[in-house]
Design a protein around this ligand. Structure first.
Ligand code: SAH
Ligand code: SF4
Ligand code: F3S
Length: 438
């Protein structure tokens, strides 16, 4: 009989790409470790980290600090930090945290089994950015419903506020055949919805030996039998092409939702951010998307308090938000990041001004989202049922337009598409009534 497996506790911060990476970590470690939901019984404690804002980094450091006691109780415990903070800090993390055994970067996932073995003998750092995920292919558990497939890594855009190009390295696309094989495996395991991941999916294909565009990749995947839903993130407005806009009316599995980060509504600030589009160009793309796909839901990311942002610049952002009429949005206070150009810009905006602008922006965004939710009341939409709702007792899933819907219904609907009538609108979700299996 094989020896019982050791226990892995895995904590994930950050974006969907980190979620996908964490699944890969569990996969490569599976021959030796099985996941546990209880940190107290862990033999290996891994934290997959995010460096996008100071706050994200803080969360990691305070969690790490709190692990000192656990490590004292379980001296054989290996504590490892991976992901973007690991990539950014490298050696410095080992120096700062005496009970930390392993630091591995964003490209080190496939070397993890070897690194963990090494870390049992001596404290180990591996933040080599050259190799990519190289030999890894995702395996999907039976009964999987929804899956993330990384189609490219890194970013070459160097927006002046953003740490991603430094912690994820240069942009590299995966060959389409590899992606298709992964999606086919997903469908064979019973999966329904795929989200393709990249920092800037619109530039997918650059540098590959065979010429292929993102639209061509979408066409290829949308044609696979059994794929109910296809999504992708994130799309950079400057590279959003006509043929991609057209895809929303043309490819049946492609969901009517696009996340299109605007960041600001002021041309002066957009230039300082190195975003590569103007407010007018952004709004034109929004108009074209709404024409090509009248039911589409648009979401965005916005930053307030970027260096040099005046009250007039900020009002231009509010104005852009009203004009675009976003169905949903994430908004953040600008946070200076190591090595990024904007961190050294003069005219950093005082914290209280940032807080005030964020509150005003979020009030407007909250109104817009609630209005979009109210508009759905009385309509019937398709929900992919992902599981029980957070509070329990109900089922929960998403509309094709990405809003969360909770409704009462039989358990056997989990993993299936259901027609649901929207009955109530809340700030962050909808309530519905099950009509029938789709
Ligand atoms: N690749 C994606 C964004 C990834 S980061 C894109 O280009 O859209 C996710 C979001 O975090 C960004 O859209 C931005 O709004 C926010 N963000 C990134 N760096 C930030 C910083 N230094 N301060 C505040 N917000 C930031
Ligand atoms: Fe960051 Fe800009 Fe790249 Fe997005 S496109 S990851 S915001 S540098
Ligand atoms: Fe954070 Fe890294 Fe994603 S910095 S947002 S986890 S790419």
């Amino acid at each position: 009989m094989a020896a019982p497996k050791k226990k892995l506790y895995l904590r994930t911060f950050g974006c969907q790409m980190n979620v996908a990476d964490s699944q890969l970590m569990a996969q490569v470690l599976a021959p030796e470790y099985e996941l546990t939901p209880d940190p107290e019984e862990a033999d290996l404690y891994l934290i997959n980290t995010c460096a996008i804002r100071k706050k994200s980094e803080h969360k990691v450091l305070s969690l790490l600090g709190s692990l000192r006691a656990l490590k004292r109780r379980r001296p054989h415990l290996i504590v490892g930090v991976g992901g973007c903070v690991a990539q950014q800090e490298g050696e410095r993390l080992l120096a700062a945290v005496p009970h930390l055994d392993l630091v591995f970067g964003t490209h080190g996932v496939w070397r993890l089994p070897e690194l963990v073995r090494q870390a049992r003998g001596r404290r180990t750092v591996d933040v080599d950015l050259r190799e990519g995920y190289a030999p890894l292919r995702r395996e999907w558990p039976a009964g999987v419903i929804q899956g993330y497939v990384t189609i490219m890594q890194g970013c070459d855009n160097f927006c002046t506020f953003c740490v991603v190009p430094y912690v994820r390295g240069r942009e590299v696309s995966r060959p389409p055949a590899e992606i298709e094989a992964e999606v086919r495996d997903f469908l064979a395991a019973g999966g329904k919805e795929i989200t393709l991941l990249g920092q800037n999916v619109n530039s997918y294909g650059r540098g590959l030996p065979e010429p292929v565009t993102f639209r061509q990749l979408l066409d290829r995947l949308a044609a696979l039998p059994g794929l109910a839903r296809l999504r992708f993130a994130t799309s950079h407005p400057k590279d959003l092409s006509e043929d991609l806009i057209a895809a929303f009316g043309e490819l049946p599995p492609l969901c009517e939702h696009l996340h299109l980060p605007a960041q600001s509504g002021s041309d002066r600030i957009l230039t300082a951010m190195n975003r590569g589009y103007t407010r007018k160009e952004y709004l034109e793309k929004v108009a074209r998307l709404r024409r090509a796909c009248p039911g589409i839901a648009l979401s965005t990311d916005l930053i307030v308090g970027f260096p040099g942002e005046t009250e007039a610049d900020f009002e231009a952002t509010l104005e852009l938000v009203r004009e675009a009429g976003f169905e949903a949005a994430f908004s953040f206070k600008y946070s200076p990041r190591p090595r990024t150009r904007a961190a050294d810009f003069p005219d950093q905006v005082p914290e209280e001004v940032k807080s005030d602008r964020l509150a005003r922006l979020q009030a407007l965004l909250g109104d817009l989202t609630l209005a979009a939710h109210r508009w759905l009341v009385g309509r019937v939409g398709e929900v992919l049922v992902e599981g029980e709702s957070k509070r329990g007792g109900e089922l929960s899933g998403r509309l094709r337009t990405n809003q969360v819907v909770n409704f009462a219904g039989p358990r056997h609907l989990v993993g299936k598409l259901a027609q649901v009538e929207i009955t109530e609108a809340y700030a962050h979700s909808l309530k519905g009534r099950w009509v029938r299996e789709a």
